[in-house]
Design a protein around this ligand. Structure first.
Ligand SMILES: [Zn+2]
Length: 66
């Protein structure tokens, strides 16, 4: 898969939910300021601000929910 350097085109990120040890997705909000979603098992909401650190995390494909 080609590397996507334009974060504006990224619609979601894959995340690892440590609470339930499962994978899920976080979708970018329409303002493009954060990713948000819920753990697919316990429905715990999670938000990830879009900044240099989270973009670095998405380059690893997974962001650990905390
Ligand atoms: Zn959970």
């Amino acid at each position: 898969m080609p590397e996507d350097n334009n974060s504006n085109t990224r619609k979601f990120i894959g995340v690892w939910f440590e609470c339930c040890h499962t994978y899920g997705r976080l979708y970018k909000n329409k303002e493009g300021t954060l990713y948000r979603g819920r753990c697919p098992k316990c429905l715990r909401p999670i938000k990830v601000p879009i900044n240099a650190e989270s973009e670095k995390a998405t380059n690893r494909r997974f962001f650990r929910g905390s």
